[in-house]
Design a protein around this ligand. Sequence first.
Ligand code: TYM
Length: 353
Amino acid sequence: MKQFQPLVFSGVQPTGNLHLGNYLGAIRKFVALQDKNDCIYCVVDMHALTAQLVHEDLKEQTRSIAAAFIASGIDPKKHIVFNQSAVPGHAELAWIFNCVARIGWMNRMTQFKDKAGKDAEKASLGLYAYPSLMAADILLYRATHVPVGDDQKQHLELTRDIAQKFNLDFADHIRKSGEGVDIKVGDEPVHAYFPMVEALIDGPAPRVMSLRDGTKKMSKSDPSDLSRINLMDDADAISKKIKKAKTDPEGLPGETDGLAGRPEADNLVGIYAALADTSKADVLKEFGGQQFSAFKPALADLAVTVLAPIHAEMRRLMDATDHIDAILKDGGERARARADVTLKQVRDIVGFL
Ligand code: TYM
């Protein structure tokens, strides 16, 4: 029986500095997945236009994300690293998905509401259609697994809704094309062209929180730089930010239950666990009963040990512009060759002559 080939796809926007949330929620997982999977990692430069049209240095930002991927350990020869705009098929499939997705679905997207702010009438149409382009990114390669942070969960549910509606609406055409695959959605057998993607969100730090407020996500757009650790921060800055991180007056509990209702403690323990490739329970076995005055220096040392080599390699790569550009060009060509296969079939299924 024909099956979808397992394929990992994910993307990162070239907007602002990458931070520890991006690294632990996404990039570190990209690296871990590459040993056993075929992977495509994309710098989504077209998405970067949705919230802000004109960027000072979009090209530089695009290169810096590619540099972060490679400095973190992604092998661009074995896998594909490219920028989205190099493959026009993303826009073409997104258009078809704009016609598949319903306005009601888009209206439920919490990220749109957050990013559009109070005056949604003034938001760009691109920001509104953002999740449809994201679905196209993934499904253009018929990818099956998507490593992301927790904040992308709703977008991935929408990707599944779009895939499912396409599969049902075009069921007869998919059958005629001979390119469909028999899958089950719940208990229902479906003859599918697009797979039901699985979000890979688990791990000890699926949502890294601000160092200043454990109830807010660590984010590029937080006005306080003390709220986040940037991949480009040096050892001093990392140590300073961890030292200043908000905590409560109690010591660390011996078990994870004791983190309930203590968002700052939970966040720092989760960060430690993710950096050490272990679980929160194991971190608490080691540090339970200790004060933050002992835990914070250990966390700072670990963060510096993990991030300093990435930081140094990113800096080196950022000076080697030609090298990065060559990697992106090669990745773009290989991505395009794969995308063209899907697009040819999709055009046939939809009925384009
Ligand atoms: P972006 O660029 O905002 O973030 C990149 C990745 O970092 C994760 N992330 C976090 N994880 C944990 N804690 C945090 N505080 C945190 N902040 C960010 C995000 O979940 C993401 O995995 N829409 C996507 C980009 C995208 C994409 C795609 C992703 C476009 N097309 C296709 C996957 C597949 C975004 O804005 O990510």
